[in-house]
Ligand binder design. Structure first.
Ligand code: UDP
Ligand code: MG
Length: 318
């Protein structure tokens, strides 16, 4: 068993006053049970991150901390920055105190009991443990269809993400420190965490329905999130433009030949050949140029992210 065993459970909360009383109660029980079992230290905490909620979320969190500082702690963001940023704020704060950090949603959709398996995996030496949904019975058909489609599109675009894994996961302190080295602003944690590496595994759980309140991810936010994920990790769309450019250019040469031959054979209207030729040739050249410019923009985009080029796991040097 790993002696470094302080666990922080980081929970981003945006207008979650309806669920917080129940969530805090259950997380408290979980922390106490894990402590009693000797799996986590007495310094372990539940850390709620208030993502600029306008309701009673922060007052509830502060009260919890006042009543039981040995279990609850809180982080208050200056305004709403969105789930991914709130989560990052929590991780970066917790990493100062914790040896392992579990992140989960506030609405109890993530089965709290999976934390046990995650902590066990940590003690077995895994540094990243992904919570993976076993089924999506409780999601609406629409949510399931769009969400699973999203994972498939990401895979097709060559982005390394874990299927049906949201942001319910355990990370070791080292893994979170690795994450801290990614300085990009467009944060898509599900794509970045696999880039960090280290020994990882998955734990499956059944996703429940939201305990109370309503989803803070309406379709508009979901689409923005998906677009962010794709454009933050893949330059394949640019390559697609380039390939299209090459194809259109080649076709344009054939069309040019065809137009010339038709003209020589006679029977074409005046101006048809030159029009045909210019439309195809210009179109092809434009698309090709756009693709080439895109390639350079793709390079710039990768450079500006300044991702760490490596993260060392071990060094042997006596
Ligand atoms: N959340 C957040 N900031 C936001 C939107 C959501 O911190 O701007 C939190 C929210 O409180 C919850 C988690 O992100 O803990 C996931 O949100 P939600 O459950 O509404 O998303 P869904 O499960 O419907 O995809
Ligand atoms: Mg939810």
């Amino acid at each position: 068993m790993n002696p470094n065993n302080t666990l922080y459970i980081v929970v981003p909360c945006y207008k979650e006053q309806e669920v917080l009383p129940e969530t805090s109660k259950r997380l408290r029980e979980k922390i106490l049970a894990l402590r009693a079992a000797g799996k986590i230290s007495d310094k372990s905490r539940v850390m709620f991150v208030n993502d600029g909620s306008s309701d009673d979320t922060w007052p509830i969190i502060s009260r919890l901390h006042e009543q039981e500082p040995g279990v609850f702690s809180g982080v208050n963001l200056s305004r709403n920055r969105g789930h991914q940023n709130a989560l990052l704020a929590g991780l970066m704060t917790a990493v100062n105190y914790a040896d392992m950090i579990v992140s989960m949603d506030a609405d109890l959709q993530d089965d709290i009991n999976a934390v046990d398996a995650m902590v066990d995996a940590y003690h077995e030496g895994f540094e990243v443990v992904y919570g993976v949904r076993s089924k999506r019975d409780t999601d609406t058909f629409f949510k399931r269809f769009t969400a699973e489609g999203f994972y498939k599109v990401m895979k097709a675009l060559g982005v390394d993400i874990v299927f049906n894994h949201a942001d319910y996961r355990l990370m070791s302190r080292r893994a979170v420190e690795g994450l801290a080295q990614f300085s990009e602003v467009n944060l898509f944690l599900r794509g970045i965490v696999p880039q960090i590496g280290f020994k990882w595994t998955t734990v499956t759980y059944e996703r429940a329905e939201r305990f109370a309140g309503e989803s803070k991810y309406p379709l508009k936010k979901m689409l923005a999130f998906a677009a962010d994920g794709i454009t933050s990790f893949s330059v394949k769309p640019i390559r697609l433009v380039l390939s299209a450019g090459v194809v259109v250019f080649l076709v344009s040469l054939v069309m040019l030949l065809y137009a010339l031959i038709s003209k020589i054979m006679g029977g074409t209207a005046a101006g048809w050949t030159s029009l045909m030729g210019s439309i195809w040739l210009i179109g092809g050249i434009q698309l090709l140029s756009l693709g080439i410019v895109g390639e350079y923009i793709g390079k710039i985009y990768n450079e500006t992210k300044r991702r760490p080029r490596f993260i060392i796991e071990n060094v042997l040097n006596k």
